[in-house]
Design a protein around this ligand. Structure first.
Ligand code: SAH
Ligand code: SF4
Ligand code: F3S
Length: 439
């Protein structure tokens, strides 16, 4: 039997795409190799969101070339966003690559392998339909991704995603509810809806099928067996009141929202083409917190966008301080080719970016530690994911607010446990099974 190995870079969308790639290869009779050394086909599912992502991947690709030189029978396959962004020159620069494909063309990988067994050289990239029908190989039995849309119609001036993932296309409500039911029947308890901009879902569907993102949440909430629904990422501009109401009213929708801020300076937000101001973002946060008390908020922030002054950065610090996030992913701006911002004149010096991100991370950590400390003494519902990686005598899981929680107990993977929180850090919670007083 031929064996494959898939290495994944980038976001959850890629993690999910890799499940499809694995499922597809296994449906064609291949088996998963434990590592690249044992694999006949090396698949890389790539990311190109920042320059660092590119550099990291190219180092891996060079190792693969060396492996192929030792064993010329090995095949190297490169999929994902970097592959798409490089499609003009990929085979000139890296002639040892056997096959390349972009995100959205996963099913064609199967067609090629099924057709000949061997991999013909070529690059294919056109998105034509969702991979929902493809077999999948889930990482965890009780957790699943559900891709609700492909691509992005926003024009954030720093971002390469629209050029590699294309225009937004939504999957139909019927398709999504059907897949959610199948997943629930297969043991899934937690669904994470995926899209570059989840809450603009459905606008491209035919009239009569536009349930809106709030409507989609309500339909999925009705699916038996699904105890938790999460989603990533929504765009603040599309966070309408009906979405907030659906989040508040649907029992399975978790009290956690990842709401990318990007910058706290309205001037910079405008140059980023985010289409909201700092004030509008803050008022949105106010409405969300009023509707869903105690909701955990997380975000993405970029520092050092072209033209960002110290005053702009201080405004970001002020918004971060005002919101008090539970967690934030912070990024140093990285110019991406073909994007509007890469051509802007006032690129910020590297040492200035470094200094700003250090200050931002300190502030974010402080808030994270405070939020977690405030949970000490409370009882949280934890979905058990298995033993802790660092201490196998402990169980690890996540609260509805998405906090990693460690506790000693005998609940099995996929079970919901009530945990009394006893300890916290900025990263995790620790506790013990809660003793529930008999009524
Ligand atoms: N579609 C999602 C995710 C986009 S990529 C969304 O809109 O939220 C994830 C994050 O990477 C973005 O939110 C942004 O903070 C960051 N990012 C995107 N392009 C970047 C760039 N050129 N430099 C630095 N960070 C970037
Ligand atoms: Fe990129 Fe903006 Fe689309 Fe997110 S919403 S993928 S940041 S263009
Ligand atoms: Fe990277 Fe593509 Fe995701 S560029 S962040 S893998 S959409």
């Amino acid at each position: 039997m031929k064996r494959y190995h898939v290495q994944t870079f980038g976001c959850q969308m890629n993690v999910h795409d890799s499940e499809r790639i694995k499922g597809l290869l296994e449906s064609l009779g291949m088996g998963e190799a434990r590592d690249q050394g044992e694999a006949d086909v090396l698949v890389f599912n790539t990311c190109t969101i920042r320059e660092k992502a590119d550099d990291r991947f190219v180092a891996h690709l060079m190792e693969a070339r060396a492996a192929k030189q030792r064993d010329p029978e090995k095949r190297i396959v490169v999929g994902g966003c970097w592959s798409e962004s490089m499609k003009q020159e990929l085979f000139d620069l890296y002639p040892f690559v056997d096959l390349a494909f972009g995100p959205g063309a996963i099913h064609k990988l199967g067609d090629y392998i099924a057709a000949g067994g061997d991999l013909p050289e070529g690059h294919f990239s056109t998105f034509d339909h969702f991979a929902g029908h493809l077999p999948g190989k889930r990482e965890r039995r009780h957790q699943a991704w559900l891709q609700i849309s492909q691509g992005c119609n926003s024009k954030c001036s720093y971002c390469i995603v629209p050029s590699v993932r294309g225009r937004e296309q939504s999957r139909s409500l019927e398709d999504l509810v059907g897949e959610a039911r199948r997943l629930a029947a297969d043991g899934v308890r937690e669904l994470t809806l995926l899209g570059q901009n989840v809450n603009s879902w459905g606008r491209d569907l035919p009239a009569g099928q536009r349930a809106g993102f709030g409507g989609l949440l309500r339909h999925l909430d009705q699916v038996d067996g699904i105890a938790r629904i999460r989603f990533t990422s929504p765009h603040p501009k599309d966070m309408r009141d009906d979405v907030i109401a659906a989040m508040a009213e649907c029992e399975s929708v978790c009290e956690h929202l990842h709401l990318p801020l990007q910058s706290g300076s309205t001037r910079v937000l405008k140059a980023m083409r985010r289409t909201y101001s700092a004030e509008r973002y803050l008022s949105l946060v106010g409405r969300i917190r009023a509707a869903i008390p105690g909701i955990a908020l997380t975000t993405d922030i970029i520092v050092g966008f072209p033209g960002e002054t110290e005053a702009d950065f201080e405004q970001t610090m002020e918004v971060v301080d005002a919101v008090g996030y539970d967690h934030a992913f912070t990024f140093v701006y990285s110019p991406r080719r073909g994007t509007e911002a890469a051509a802007m004149a006032e690129q910020v010096a590297e040492h200035v970016k470094r200094d700003r991100i250090t200050r931002l991370v300190d502030l974010v950590q402080r808030h994270a530690a405070e939020h977690n400390a405030a949970l000490v003494g409370s009882v949280q519902e934890v979905l058990v994911e298995g033993p802790s990686r660092t201490d196998p005598s402990m169980l690890r899981g996540r609260t509805r607010g998405n906090k990693t929680t460690l506790f000693r107990g005998d609940a099995g993977e996929g079970e919901l446990a009530l945990v009394e929180i006893l300890r916290s850090t900025s990263q995790t919670l620790g506790g013990r099974p809660a003793v529930i007083a008999a009524a």
